[in-house]
Design a binder for this molecule. Structure first.
Ligand code: DX5
Ligand code: ZN
Length: 219
């Protein structure tokens, strides 16, 4: 089985000490750093832009997994790639020309991801599966950390796992929202291999123990 990737989300970190907070999860065993970009339009919250991605890039050598919860992502891809993103994930709901936008990400030389909100049908994935390196299934409605896992994500993860298998391509299957040791086990069993965890890591006082607990539950 593929190695499990655990990506702490800095959404739940202390932004006043971002550099130290990123280094702390790196030392504690994180595989990737998940960066939540929100515009107050696609989701009801506003977070960060390319400047903060650049700061995160300086803090760590780990892959930066940048989750764009914004409208018109195509207008900002180059800035995020230049800032040091390793993966750029756009929402299918935010892309009128999803195929073109994913191609644009590939042309920038970074990993291309597509994400689906909990209520979005998955049929847009099939025509673009040859363009993606990552599929992100939301297990909460995006906008905030610390929300409860939505169980109807599980059959959707299974469906995407089947599509990835049929494609024969090395696509990561990531799940984001409400991940903790209990839900981690369920999503891994459903076929996920990449887990975002905000509150379950940054909401604790021992990041190493928190990441270890998720990894152990997932294996
Ligand atoms: C939600 C974000 C998530 C968030 C997850 O809109 O996309 O990445 O940080 O936080 P938790 O793990 O606390 O649900
Ligand atoms: Zn996210």
């Amino acid at each position: 089985m593929t190695d499990i990737v655990i990506a702490p989300s800095i959404l739940s970190a202390d932004f006043g000490q971002l550099d130290a907070q990123i280094k702390a999860v790196e030392v504690a065993g994180a595989d990737w750093i998940h960066v939540d970009v929100m515009d107050g339009v696609f989701v009801p919250n506003i977070t960060i832009g390319p400047l903060v991605v650049r700061a995160a890039r300086k803090a760590t050598a780990l892959p930066l997994d940048v989750h764009l919860m914004i409208v018109h992502p195509e207008q900002h891809l180059a800035a995020f790639a230049e800032a040091g993103a390793n993966y750029l994930t756009v929402h299918a709901e935010a892309c009128i020309h999803l195929h073109r936008t994913l191609q644009q990400i590939r042309d920038l030389g970074v990993g291309a991801g597509v994400s689906f909100n909990p209520a979005t049908p998955l049929h847009a994935l099939e025509p673009v599966i040859d363009l993606v390196d990552l599929v992100l299934i939301m297990s909460v409605n995006p906008g905030f950390g610390g929300q409860q896992f939505i169980p109807s994500a599980l059959p959707r993860i299974r469906a995407v796992r089947d599509m990835i298998r049929a494609s024969g391509r090395p696509i990561r299957l990531e799940v984001d929202g409400g991940i903790n040791p209990q839900t981690a086990r369920a999503v891994i069993e459903a076929g996920a291999d990449t887990l975002v965890a905000g509150n379950a890591v940054y909401g604790t006082s021992d990041y190493r123990a928190a990441i270890h607990a998720i990894r152990t539950a997932a294996q």
